[in-house]
Design a protein around this ligand. Structure first.
Ligand code: CO
Ligand code: CO
Length: 325
């Protein structure tokens, strides 16, 4: 859990029995029970531009905000825009393009945008509040994984590396297009396949990287995991960017942060260790699926998610421990 999440947890003691999921578990969204058949799922996310094209940025920010609903198995209902933008640049059309990207992505997801809020801000920021619904019995959380399940990831890793290389003038148009394509892809199809396969534990891979988000899922479920790093799906070309030194600060911090819980086999290269911790934006769903449902899940993901990679399996523990081979 991030330091901020820990602070929030102390600031808002939660005694409402209808609050099924709050900030204490590191789940992707809060969940609030309406009646025995319905729960509201609520999340928000916003950030500064990570690509130069404002329309792409808007799409990425919207797909990223909606992703936390999909990670909980929820159906998105509606959203609100959150905007920070420098007033003196308001008339240059950039903000309009950001919002248009967000609106188009929301429309693709079947989500109505009902309003929002904007402030004057020297550094542009965009994101959304997203609200969805779920049947309480169908809720997917980070605490429901069991030992002996397969770990499946639905998008390739490396978006943090590519966007950092972009800032450093080192990303080719080809690799940028690949990264933008994965970041603008909704996790809707992955979520549908997940629900069809009765998966009950998942999260999406974002700022803490694959290992950080996996560790939280394992801790909350009280189990461990073994990863086969030869199966990691990667954006083609990111290995070369890492080797050339284009690594975000957040990714390095993620690696330091998980070190005590991860046992790397000597064969796992420094580059792979960095990619395992790369801070993702609008990353894929990471699911734990029972052995007998794995084939069905992979079939369901085919054509509905950018990739369907079986990257390892859960083990008895210790809780939160990861062996990477
Ligand atoms: Co999330
Ligand atoms: Co989030």
């Amino acid at each position: 859990m991030s330091e901020l999440a820990q602070v929030l947890r102390h600031l808002v003691p939660n005694e409402d029995p209808r609050a099924l999921v709050d900030a204490s578990t590191g789940d992707d969204a809060g969940v609030y029970l309406l009646d025995e058949d319905r729960a509201l799922v609520v999340t928000t996310d916003f950030f500064t531009p990570i690509v130069d094209d404002p329309y792409d940025f808007g799409q990425i920010a919207a797909a990223n905000a909606l992703s936390d609903l999909y990670a909980m198995g929820a159906r998105p209902l509606f959203a609100l825009n959150l905007v920070g933008f420098p007033r003196k640049h308001l008339d240059d059309g950039t903000l309009g393009e950001i919002i248009r990207g967000g609106m188009d992505k929301a429309r693709e997801a079947g989500v109505a945008v009902l309003g929002g809020h904007s402030i004057d801000d020297p550094e542009p920021k965009y994101g959304m509040v997203a609200i969805g619904e779920v049947h309480p019995d169908a809720l997917v959380t980070v605490g429901n994984a069991r030992p002996g399940e397969s770990l499946v990831l639905t998008k390739p890793l490396g978006t943090g590396i590519v966007t950092t290389a972009l800032k450093e003038g080192a990303a080719s148009e080809e690799i940028l297009a690949l990264a933008v394509a994965t970041m603008t892809t909704l996790n809707r199809g992955a979520c549908e396949a997940m629900l069809d396969a009765d998966v009950c534990a998942a999260t999406d891979v974002t700022g803490f990287g694959l290992l950080g988000h996996l560790r939280n899922l394992l801790r909350q479920s009280g189990i461990g995991a073994r990863l086969d790093t030869s199966q990691l799906p990667l954006i083609p070309g990111v290995v070369e960017l890492v080797e050339a030194g284009h690594v975000p600060g957040g990714t390095k911090r993620n690696l330091t942060d998980v070190q005590d819980d991860v046992e790397f086999a000597p064969s796992v290269s420094e580059t792979t260790r960095i990619l395992l911790c790369d801070a993702q934006t609008s990353g894929g769903l990471l699911m734990a699926v029972r052995e007998e449902r794995l084939a069905g899940l992979l079939q369901g993901l085919d054509g509905k998610a950018p990739v369907a990679a079986v990257i390892g399996e859960t083990t008895e523990g210790p809780p939160g421990s990861i062996v990477a081979e």
